[in-house]
Write a protein that binds this ligand. Structure first.
Ligand code: ZN
Length: 429
């Protein structure tokens, strides 16, 4: 089935490039692509379905450049209850992906998943079996032999020395990765790791970057301490994940700005540990997260001043709440327009998809969202599903309040507890 031709009229248009919003724009969509952008409106073309967007804002679908779709906690069975089967995880992953799409997230770059569940989900989305954003996957995260390798069992591929690193990179190509993720430092979320020294050596990173780039893949690097961050920047990785200590190294920020590489600050993950979920984390890590959150804020400010490209990376749960990172970027000093650019065009650059998504430009894939209201005046609208009026994926309306019934508000999310007892359907003995 080919996608319907659509004509969005009278829209406030935020095109994702950072250009000022247009107030009465028309955008046409044909064959899954953006066919035309008309700042002052246009006559309705024959055969197109016109959608009047008066009072609403049209913008690119959100792109989250740093997620871990599968890294949620499985529900725990109470004592005496039937154990939750591991296979249920697949359905919960599907639920998270559907949620993301509902919230206007049309592309995600997943920077680390346990096992191959995420790769399977990516296939299911491509087959149309489940609704979800476009997924870019890294396969296993490549890391030196490290405490994290044990802590995040199934998420890492440990490798030591350039030769093993090259093999580890090739294994991810074989697995079906879209890009390569490496750990240049330890992770704050693992008590046994110290993120101050670089965890891998220059020649090891150089080999990873060389092999990935030679084969046409991009490299994302987990960077906390400055030593590892510096190595990553010097050896040519494409995106710096976290990079929270960069405010102490203006020369490295300059180099990122000069080379037009992307920093993904992931403010939310520090909030996640230091506030929201503090009771569940080791006390030392909660304390560390408080300090790191402060560092991360300083880095966002310094990077913005230096002109470094900043992307949106939620790096937290629950799936679907990525715009919280956008709101936090505003709290860290970005204007709402800058935060929206981070969550659209710049995240698309981080994904290597700048020619395809992230802006409302003729010829790009029509991944679009319509917000009921003005997210420039109130970015928190992007967190409220009632204001996500329409989500268009490759030219097809796929989610949003506009597609739901008048009674959508009555719909319960979860059927539990079911008033019918679990044993009620059993035949009488
Ligand atoms: Zn992460």
């Amino acid at each position: 089935m080919t996608a319907q031709s659509l004509q969005f009229s009278s829209a406030r248009l935020i095109d994702g490039t950072g250009a000022p919003a247009l107030e009465h724009a028309t955008v046409t969509v044909e064959g899954g692509r953006i066919a035309g952008v008309y700042p002052d409106g246009a006559p309705v073309s024959a055969g197109a379905l016109e959608v009047d967007l008066r009072g609403k804002t049209l913008m690119p679908g959100l792109v989250d450049a740093h997620v871990h779709v599968t890294a949620f906690d499985m529900p725990a069975a109470l004592k005496g209850q039937q154990a939750i089967a591991p296979e249920v995880r697949h359905h919960l992953i599907a639920q998270g992906l559907r949620r993301m799409l509902r919230m206007g997230i049309t592309t995600v770059r997943d920077v680390g998943a346990f096992g191959d569940h995420l790769l399977h989900a990516r296939q299911a989305v491509r087959l149309g079996a489940i609704p979800g954003p476009r997924i870019l996957a890294c396969g296993r995260i490549i890391s030196a032999t490290s405490p994290g390798g044990r802590h995040f069992d199934g998420m890492y591929r440990e490798a030591d020395g350039p030769h093993e690193m090259r093999k580890a990179v090739r294994e991810q190509f074989r697995r079906g990765a879209d890009f390569i993720k490496i750990m240049t430092t330890g992770a704050r979320s693992c008590e046994l790791e110290n993120s101050s020294p670089a965890q891998i050596t220059g020649p090891e990173i150089a080999t990873v970057v060389e092999e990935a780039h030679r084969m046409g893949y991009r490299v994302a690097a987990h960077c906390e301490g400055l030593d590892g961050t510096q190595l990553a920047i010097e050896e040519g990785v494409d995106t710096i994940e976290h990079g929270l200590e960069l405010h102490r190294a203006p020369d490295l920020l300059e180099e990122l700005a000069r080379s037009e590489r992307v920093l993904v600050p992931t403010l939310s993950c520090f909030f996640h540990i230091s506030e929201n979920r503090a009771s569940r984390w080791a006390p030392g890590l909660v304390e560390l997260a408080h300090r790191q959150l402060e560092d991360a804020h300083r880095t966002v400010e310094a990077a913005r001043r230096t002109g470094v490209r900043l992307a949106m990376g939620f790096d937290s749960q629950p799936n679907g709440q990525s715009a919280l990172e956008l709101v936090r970027l505003c709290q860290a000093g970005l204007t709402p327009m800058e935060a929206i650019v981070a969550g659209t065009a710049t995240s698309a650059i981080a994904c290597g998809l700048a020619d395809h998504v992230g802006t409302v430009t003729s010829g790009r894939t029509a991944d679009l969202i319509v917000i009921d209201g003005d997210p420039l005046a109130d970015p928190e609208l992007l967190l409220d599903e009632r204001h996500i009026w329409l989500v268009v994926q490759a030219g097809r309306p796929v989610a949003g309040t506009a597609l739901e019934t008048e009674l959508a508000g009555l719909r319960g999310e979860r059927p539990e507890p079911d008033p019918v007892p679990a044993l009620a359907g059993r035949p009488l003995a």
